[in-house]
Write a protein that binds this ligand. Structure first.
Ligand code: AMP
Length: 283
């Protein structure tokens, strides 16, 4: 595996690979890698010839009172894990590389898709995500890019951006990888105290229960939301940011369940913001 910090070097290596006919698979991350990230790398390894992973804690997607400075980092461990997964290129730029002095250009998906769900409490988040992902898409120019369904709104927004801006890149959404007890893996799980880690299991349990209710015939969004909210409200120290049932593609609110739906939650547990979701087709 080659570790690269400069965009010029990255571009040079990738244009050579492209000239020799290799397909390029790309996995953008913020590092502190776990099995969720590794599952994307494995899929890219299976489906493409040259696997590029970026590790960059992107400042523009963090709000002023969020955890940018505290975000967990461990480059040595990440490097070992990427080598094990047979990643070809690890791109680890610094902030000045990607946002040099005078930087003022942003890419924004407008409208309800970025204002709903996480967009309500994180108003600059998706603008930061689409800006950095566009920059990385231009630099890497992959054939396929891999994202986790764990961040369902992010995947929907990136698919929208890729269509709208004619990125000729196949956006591949991969299933959420969970801990044995059901908690969705996240770099932020490292912030949880022992008690909060134990209680966090209720979030995925509530989502699975909601799925069961729908499979058994429940069709009213309100009933499903009330069930999930009730379960989460019973966790000590938990504050609900949102519990929502929306159309899986447009993320628009729906009253009656039909077709492909996304059941999504965001919860603050202690100081840690956790998100999780389930996508399903209404039977
Ligand atoms: P992050 O480092 O949190 O920005 O995540 C980088 C990529 O890994 C994103 O596409 C995430 O959706 C994906 N990812 C994070 N956690 C998981 C998980 N538990 N299962 C699958 N993919 C994940």
């Amino acid at each position: 595996m080659q570790t690269i910090e400069s965009k010029e070097k990255l571009r040079h290596l990738l244009s050579e690979a492209r000239r020799s006919g290799k397909t390029i698979g790309f996995v953008p991350t913020m590092g502190f890698l776990h099995e969720g990230h590794l599952s994307l790398m494995r899929r890219a390894r299976r489906e493409t010839d040259l696997v590029v992973v970026s590790i960059f804690v992107n400042p523009t997607q963090f709000g002023p009172n969020e955890d940018l400075d505290a975000y967990p980092r461990d480059i040595d461990r990440d490097t070992e894990l990427m080598i094990k997964e047979k990643v070809d290129l690890a791109y680890m730029p610094n902030v000045e590389q990607l946002y040099p002095e005078g930087y003022t250009t942003y890419v924004e998906v407008t409208g309800p898709m970025t204002q709903a769900l996480c967009g309500k409490s994180r108003p600059v988040h998706f603008r930061g995500v689409t800006t950095i992902v566009s920059k990385l898409f231009h630099l890497v120019a992959p054939h396929k890019a891999y994202f986790g369904q764990k961040d369902a709104q992010q995947v929907a927004v990136i698919k929208r951006m890729a269509r709208d801006l004619d990125f000729d890149i196949d956006i591949v959404a991969c299933p959420t990888v969970r801990e044995p007890d059901g908690l969705a893996m996240s770099s932020r799980n490292a912030y949880l105290s022992t008690d909060h880690r134990r209680d966090a299991v209720v979030i995925s349990k509530a989502l699975f229960e909601a799925r069961n209710m729908i499979e058994k015939g429940e069709r009213q969004t309100g009933t499903v939301i009330r069930h999930i909210a009730g379960r989460i409200e019973a966790i000590p120290d938990a504050t609900i940011d949102y519990v929502a049932v929306v159309d899986a593609d447009t993320l628009a609110d729906i009253e009656t369940l039909q077709r492909d739906i996304l059941i999504a939650v965001a919860v603050k547990l202690g100081g840690t913001r956790l998100i999780d979701n389930i996508q399903m087709t209404t039977p």
